[in-house]
Design a protein around this ligand. Sequence first.
Ligand code: ASP
Ligand code: MG
Length: 595
Amino acid sequence: MGIVVQKFGGTSVANSQLILSAARKAIRAHQDGQQVVMVVSAMGKNTDHLIELAHEINENPPTREMDMLLSTGEQVSVALMAMAVDSLGYKAVSLTGGQIGIRTDSSHTKARIKSISTERVKKLLDEGNIVIAAGFQGIDENFDITTLGRGGSDTTAVALAAVLDAESCEIYTDVDGVYTTDPRILPEARIARQVSYDEMLELASLGAGVMHSRSIEFGKKFDVPIHVRSSLADVPGSLIVNEPEVSGAVVSGAAMTKDEARITLRGINNAPATILRIFEPIANRKISVDMIVQSTPGKGGTPLSFTVPRNELAMTLKTIRPVVEELGGEIGECSDQVSKVSVVGLGMAEQYGVAERMFRALAQAGINMQMISTSEIKISVLVDRNESLRALRTVHDEFGLHQVPDNAVTDPFSSLANRRSRVAPVEVIRRLQGVDMEGLTIDDVLLDDQQSRITFTNLPCQPGIALKIFAAFSANQIFVDMIVQNTEEENCAGLSITIPREQFVDALRVAKEAVADMAGTDVVGKEKIAKLVVSGIGLRSHTGMAIAMFRALADQGINLEMISTSEVRVNVVIDGSQGQTGLQALRDAFSSTLR
Ligand code: ASP
Ligand code: MG
């Protein structure tokens, strides 16, 4: 008999009618012969109310007490849910995180799961009960109650599905599934029937996700299919899996993060430890740096730009000012009126010309890109805040996301039926025996030393410039891999790209021709570069990861020529002669987390 985990979010249990209807869903699955574990969030806005209440009493409530308070929200829901199931004539037992044995670390209000016991839940299931687990909570080694961070019930659900080796994890929510972009922003967004974990991770961090990012990390790590569906309407929803069956679509989603701030540093000498010295103090303040864009030295040193959440701009500037001065540089133009627009798609890794298409659409709409950063499955651009909605709509349309793809599989859920063939349970269980379920996992450290770099400096900062360059590359069948563009000074940009080494000569010629009529623009090429890639799970939520990578390379005296980051990988470009040294340094640095 298979196990299914059904998670009900706050809006799906907001009143007694809804609780009863959730109970009926679980009972239906039980009648179908499945063992059912329900994971339940606090009713409606209960968690928000508890937080407000705490702040009325204490502006800065102790986090331990906050967890004691917030965990009561879920405790109310599970008890009521068990009563609901009982009233419908079935057996149910509710359990708190502590009663299940969800062990976490002690970081109150943002704890991470270390391990989960399964004995009690399995026993109760075998006795014919529907088990109702409180989401969002656990206990630390002192038996103190912890919570997993806002929205954390998703994470409880997927983690439980993983340890119980469940057939799937159903997430019942107030939306119909995962959309191509936030439908509250673009009404023409449509449901994506199947999405990969990687795409979801990118999208979730871009603000489009309906789910807690860490739950997707669990899904990916333990190969749990996640089925996001509406608790209100009986519609199919979306399936999050490793490899979606829907193929052909290059881009599967688009997203916008509206409130970003851009910081540009100038005149910084690009020496091995520079990057580390700038980002470490920021990370120590738990400020999350998003796009990091460094192109290669122009006339005024190496311009380095990055983005942080808009409300952290002042704190970030204060934090880095002393370091920047020590490094002999200055804080250049900063703006808190920028937004990031991204497209995500597994198909991008194989197709070329995707960036060009995006740049063309934006250029035709007259939208300037202040920064560009790409990874294998994502392209992000920074645009003026006033133009963000238009930019989002432009790219969403360009990639046909408002239309249902004609090659969409007819039944995206058929794969659920035979999912047991995917991973040998032994393998799953072996992985779960690790003490730290939610620890950072590095999948791979790779070296690509078959690429070259081309760098443009002093590009005019206006719509259509990047397009001109990329159109020339694709007309000449030059395959561009990494793209990194930033703003150097008020009115000029620097752009670095990488291309296959065998195309170096051609690409350099094409690049020079493309900018021949742009006064002051320079093009330089470097034939021998090495690209190092660290890929894994939890790169973003474990903020220290990029720092650890920068440190390992700095310790070997290795200079970073380009950087691009995403949820699932960090790419850096270094000198071609240092590839092996860099690879070894990273392997050593991550040896304990490599899986
Ligand atoms: N009740 C918690 C919250 O509101 C956890 C959850 O709903 O996932 O954040
Ligand atoms: Mg939620």
